[in-house]
Design a protein around this ligand. Structure first.
Ligand SMILES: Cc1cc2nc3c(=O)[nH]c(=O)nc-3n(C[C@H](O)[C@H](O)[C@H](O)COP(=O)(O)O)c2cc1C
Length: 344
């Protein structure tokens, strides 16, 4: 472990996170492998490689350019809600060191759509930036609120992610049910039609859905013109074998122990989607082998969060180097040829 990471580990998790975010603003460019094999697409968007930063790390879009300099091919800002929100009382973020996992119940703490929009509008740098949208805890009208935040932020982003899967806003995950999801997607589709430039819409889902729920969700997403799904968010389950006593804290679990569950959910989603949606794998990716397994389970692009916390920024380069070597080993000329290879 580098000295910098060891230092961050001694701080309370949220202080460490704030410090890392500040440092990211000043980050020097970290070179990542340039390889034709790694090129991929996120819906209509070309990417030099598949690895992006998941939502929640830079909720307010404070360090987008710096985070892109760490080598990510895209960064997802948010979750952003219409109004600013303090989130749950602290402590609300826990390091399960023994498990290389985190439990969080942040509860959509964010600066609100106006401040984030102002920040994104001032951004000059290049690079693909997505915005993950949510609703306030006390929202009385989810459809109208998602629409408001979409209208504000979509013009400033390369893609938009509808978050209906965070476990820390009561009732939010119920919006994944097809009959609740459809009116939201229809409202966003209508709003999208009025944008000068179309922005692909992704839906981020929980890794905890049953196959039956997933089947209904996939059909609704396809029918409503959704470009893709992110599979997925943190889990409310606690996989067997967790060693840290902090595993008992309520909230969403991320990191290594999430990987089997997330990969399984991705594989099921890919089978159901039959190539009609672009799928992003997220949950416990720490190594190139993890990344490769997610791609073979159906992902065209990937996101990480917890690996960055435990391994530091160099994990981006390490994962990509290992992934590129695995593709070369198997004679895969282009990443897309490996997408879903395990589904047959
Ligand atoms: C502290 C923390 C905050 C998060 N906040 C959000 C969020 O605001 N919106 C969201 O869609 N996902 C959020 N996530 C979930 C991550 O984007 C990701 O889906 C999850 O952590 C699984 O990936 P990982 O195992 O690589 O961390 C958060 C995760 C953590 C650990």
């Amino acid at each position: 472990m580098t000295g910098w990471l060891a230092l961050l580990r001694r701080l309370p998790p949220e202080t460490a996170h704030r410090t890392a975010l500040r440092a990211a603003r000043l980050a020097p460019a970290l070179p990542v492998p340039r390889s034709e094999r790694l090129r991929t697409r996120l819906g209509p968007i070309d990417l030099p490689h598949p690895l992006g930063l998941a939502a929640g790390f830079d909720k307010d879009g404070e360090a987008v350019s710096g985070l892109l300099r760490l080598g990510f091919s895209f960064v997802e800002v948010g979750t952003v809600t219409p109004r600013p929100q303090a989130g749950n009382p602290r402590p609300r973020l826990f390091r399960l060191e023994e498990d290389e996992a985190l439990v969080n119940r942040m509860g959509f703490n964010n600066a609100g759509m106006e401040r984030v929009a102002a920040r994104l509008a001032r951004r000059h740098g290049r690079g693909v930036v997505g915005v993950n949208i949510g609703i306030n805890r006390d929202s009385g009208d989810p459809v109208a609120d998602y629409r408001r935040v979409y209208e504000k932020l979509a013009p400033l982003a390369d893609y938009v992610t509808l978050n209906v899967s965070s476990p820390n806003t009561p009732g939010l995950r119920d919006l994944q049910a097809a009959e609740r999801l459809r009116p939201i997607l229809e409202a966003l589709r209508e709003a999208q039609a009025r944008l000068a430039v179309a922005r692909p819409l992704l839906v981020k889902i929980a890794p905890d859905l049953t196959e039956q729920d997933l089947a209904a969700l996939v059909e609704t997403a396809v029918a409503c013109g959704v470009a893709g799904l992110i599979v997925g968010n943190t889990t409310v389950s606690r996989p067997q074998g967790l060693r840290s006593p902090l595993a008992r804290e309520p909230g969403g679990l991320s990191g290594r122990p999430l990987f089997p569950l997330a990969t399984g959910a991705l594989r099921t989603t890919a089978r159901l989607a039959r190539g009609r949606l672009c799928l992003l794998g997220c949950g416990g990716i720490f190594t190139g082998a993890d990344a490769y397994a997610m791609i073979r389970a159906g992902a065209s692009a990937l996101q990480i969060f917890t690996a960055l916390v435990y391994r530091g920024p160099r994990v981006v380069r390490t994962i990509l180097r290992e992934l590129d070597a695995l593709l070369a080993r198997d004679g895969v000329a282009r990443l897309e040829d490996a997408v879903g290879a395990d589904l047959a």
